[in-house]
Design a protein around this ligand. Structure first.
Ligand code: SF4
Length: 415
């Protein structure tokens, strides 16, 4: 049984909606019934990609490159221009800075981008504005600056609270630095913080994984994302593993890590609301929920994807090409295509199934005119019998162990 990986990670960074991944099992606990029912999103979100990093981690397959001050200046200017050209005054209630390492931008640059968003769209006064941050990039002053700029949610890439593991991943920070960054963020006024951890790291065993989970719980963030490390074919980490004689975590052990980590989080009072995400009540990522609840968003910056009005497109992936196109007054958008109602429905089903609360079948019926159970029930019923799916006439979702075999279930929706 595979554990959830980051490949289906549809967070703010250019989500690849064609590679949705699921996971889970048989006979898992039923979904947390305390969790609020999640309905389909309707208000627009903005995703802003910042592709710069201080160093490139040996496992990373995101759209990123090394920080260059001159290129960064031109990039921010391009972002501001792209935002202005796309402005249409529509309501917006989330802004998400993903990367890369958005916390490498100066607070003044983040403030200018947020201000441009507010000028270009009807940005709700209670908008969720998230900045992804790496621990080594923040200081008390910079964090205070980000907070003053309007950022009200931090998503910190911790990955592990064990230095040995961080070293194997070539991360620039230590566990102590991550802890210090968290406390500095609290002092700077951040009351909504998410921490990312990865499981299945080279040489990691379950007890070591749980050490990191416990360390996270001790800090008490409002939100946590737990992912399985995925090692893409040409990742430098593969060579490091060969040289260091490090082993990858076997699939069944990774599944055990996933379940034990979630169990520990349950006991600490966190509520799992998506395959890889947990939160204190009311602190789910409003932006990422747009991806999982058939919402709409506009992406800005290199490689950013957009979905709006039944159309999808993405921006040029290369930072230089993106900057050149925008500076020359051209659109950076490519691969624009219209999504058929069938394609949107399929995606809404795939993505909705990632949620612990399940897919709201009545909302799907209202939006697409399709009775999900009438159409797919014969094929889904065996999964319910096996404890992989739960269905109560309103919500259709994976049980926790069902999350380990999500791909199997999702194939039902492909016609
Ligand atoms: S900091 Fe994040 S985006 Fe940058 S190289 Fe490392 S994993 Fe990739």
């Amino acid at each position: 049984m595979p554990a959830p990986t980051s490949s289906g990670r549809v967070d703010g960074r250019d989500p690849d909606l064609n590679t949705q991944d699921p996971r889970p099992n048989v006979q898992g606990p039923t979904p947390n019934t305390q969790h609020q029912r999640l309905t389909l999103s309707s208000v627009l979100g903005l995703y802003i990609h910042v592709p710069f990093c201080a160093a490139i981690c040996n496992y990373c397959n995101f759209n990123r490159g090394l920080f260059d001050a001159g290129l960064k200046d031109r990039y921010v200017a391009a972002l501001l221009a792209e935002l202005e050209r796309a402005a249409d005054g529509s309501p917006v209630d989330t802004v998400y800075f993903g990367g890369g390492t958005p916390s490498l931008l100066d607070p003044g640059e983040i403030a200018a981008i947020i201000e441009r968003c507010a000028r270009s769209w009807a940005l709700a006064s209670d908008s969720e504005i998230t900045l992804e941050a790496n621990p080594e990039t923040v200081t008390s002053e910079r964090l205070a600056g980000f907070r003053a700029s309007g950022v009200n949610r931090l998503s910190v890439g911790v990955q592990s609270f064990r230095d040995e593991e961080l070293g194997r991943l070539s991360r620039l920070h230590s566990a102590a630095r991550a802890t210090e960054a968290f406390h500095m963020a609290r002092t700077a006024g951040f009351s909504n913080i998410s921490l990312d951890l990865m499981m299945g790291l080279p040489q990691q065993n379950e007890a070591e994984w749980l050490e990191s989970v416990e360390a996270l719980i001790d800090l008490g963030p409002e939100h946590a994302s737990l992912y399985l490390l995925e090692i893409y074919p040409n990742a430098p980490l593969r060579e490091a593993m060969a040289i260091g004689h490090w082993s990858v975590t076997p699939e069944d052990e990774a599944a055990g890590m996933y379940l034990s980590g979630l169990d520990r989080m349950d006991r600490a009072g966190y509520v799992q609301y998506e395959i890889s995400n947990l939160a204190r009540r009311g602190r789910e990522s409003r932006h990422n929920l747009k991806y999982w609840t058939d919402g709409e968003w506009l992406g800005f910056g290199c490689g950013a994807h957009s979905t709006r009005n039944d159309a999808r497109w993405r921006n040029l992936a290369s930072t230089e090409e993106y900057v050149s196109a925008v500076a020359a007054g051209r659109s950076a958008a490519i691969d624009r295509r219209t999504l058929s109602a069938e394609a949107r429905l399929e995606e809404a089903l795939f993505m909705g199934l990632r949620l612990s609360a399940g897919l709201d079948v009545r909302a799907v019926h209202t939006r697409y005119g399709v009775d999900v159970w009438a159409r797919y029930g014969a094929e889904l019923h065996p999964f319910v019998d096996q404890g992989i799916l739960h269905y109560d006439g309103r919500a259709l979702g994976l049980t926790r162990t069902g999350m380990l075999v999500a791909h199997e279930v999702m194939t039902v929706f492909i016609r």
